[in-house]
Design a protein. Structure first.
Lengths: 212, 212
DNA sequence: AATAATTGTGAAAAATATTTGCAAATTCTT
DNA sequence: AAGAATTTGCAAATATTTTTCACAATTATT
């Protein structure tokens, strides 16, 4: 909560490190050097050391990093040590798929409630997740103390729904709608615009012929 | 094809501009200034002009931009004027959802073939898209001249499948697997790691309390 | 004890992105 | 038609972010 800010680029690499460190742990490796890690995750070793150093001195000079304690450390940093309940708003195509999607690689993230306007869907259970009517959004989010929401509603209601969700106490939104929603400054939005991604990909494809 | 490189940040904003310009066009607006656009898309007007200027002089001084020609121009730039066929590799949860997903806002992107190892699925048609067995991947991609693939297979076969796809002529991959796949340098990969996005979101949530 | 390995980090460099400031062009106003 | 008001395009300046270098300090190994 009171860490100094780490660069966005670093934050984005953390899950990648974490994932690989777990592989090492499973393989009973006890130590790893930044050079070794570098090969595996394709990130320059100096960058890795720099990234790690934002969190203090995690390694030992002349030795490297202890896999187990590093995993333990990142587990905590990445909130993998406790369960984060997530609300899914909008159970259409994509929403439905995400209900089944394995977010919880280590069981730390769980979609614990979903919401939809469709009266047919509401009050049923889909893939083990209860679906509530959209009218209960705010109430349920509050009651279940859900702070993270996945937004998969049609763009034209996105802002409206967002306002509701924020009123219900949501602090982080994974936004799958193409709309750039407006939120209070203490709420964080992460946009995943699939159409955009695909368009950007096609753009680069047509206009350059080289990676990055 | 031989444009000078435009910044990544600019490329990412293009679809946003494009989307809004279409709204203007639908509303029968004939002209728009960078300042107006700025308000709508929340990007500084100088940045917008800068962005546009990478493509030459698109506006008229003292006037602004002609909405219709700008839309037309971006339509071309963003390949919205022709159909791009896309292959979907892996028809699991997510894959299935993407089959129904409305990528084709303007009918320019179409998933024209899908692939799965599951023998039950193969040779059926799902959501109007023929599913081929994974063994036909390379052949079908070649035959149908598909250059863009969406990768939604399990991580442990991701690299293998990628190699096949690349052998089949794929030049762009929208990679939904958590694996960082390796490709020849003329192939572009755009990663969409949902687990990662969610984890990063949660990380920021716990560790800061302010947007960006 | 000497040698090799490896971290952590200040500082430099590189890469990326935004903003300023203004001449030039055009439209609008009277 | 002259003058005022807009508005682009763009070079240059600035800012921000990210990566890399380079090496002292520390630890492990032989």
């Amino acid at each position: 909560m009171t860490d100094q800010k780490i660069p966005r680029a670093t934050a984005k690499r953390l899950p990648i490190y974490y994932r690989y460190l777990n592989i090492l742990l499973d393989a009973d490796k006890t130590r790893v050097s930044s050079t070794e890690l570098s090969d595996a995750v394709k990130v320059d070793s100096a960058t890795i050391r720099r990234d790690f150093s934002y969190f203090g001195a995690l390694g030992k000079r002349g030795y490297g990093y202890d896999v187990e304690s590093l995993v333990k450390f990142f587990k905590k940093i990445l909130n993998q040590d406790r369960l984060t309940n997530v609300g899914l708003i909008g159970v259409g195509n994509l929403g439905h798929a995400l209900l089944n999607f394995n977010f919880h690689q280590d069981g730390n993230v769980r979609i614990s409630a979903a919401f939809d306007v469709n009266e047919e869907l509401a009050n049923t259970i889909q893939s083990g997740v209860p679906i509530y009517p959209m009218t209960d959004l705010r109430k349920q989010l509050e009651e279940q103390q859900i702070q993270v929401a996945i937004l998969t509603v049609p763009a034209d209601v996105a802002q409206e729904v967002t306002n509701d969700a924020v009123a219900g106490g949501v602090k982080g939104i994974l936004n799958f709608t193409p709309l750039r929603i407006t939120v209070p400054k203490d709420v964080r939005v992460q946009n995943v615009d699939l159409t955009n991604e695909l368009q950007t990909l096609i753009y680069f494809l047509e206009h350059y012929n080289h990676k990055d």
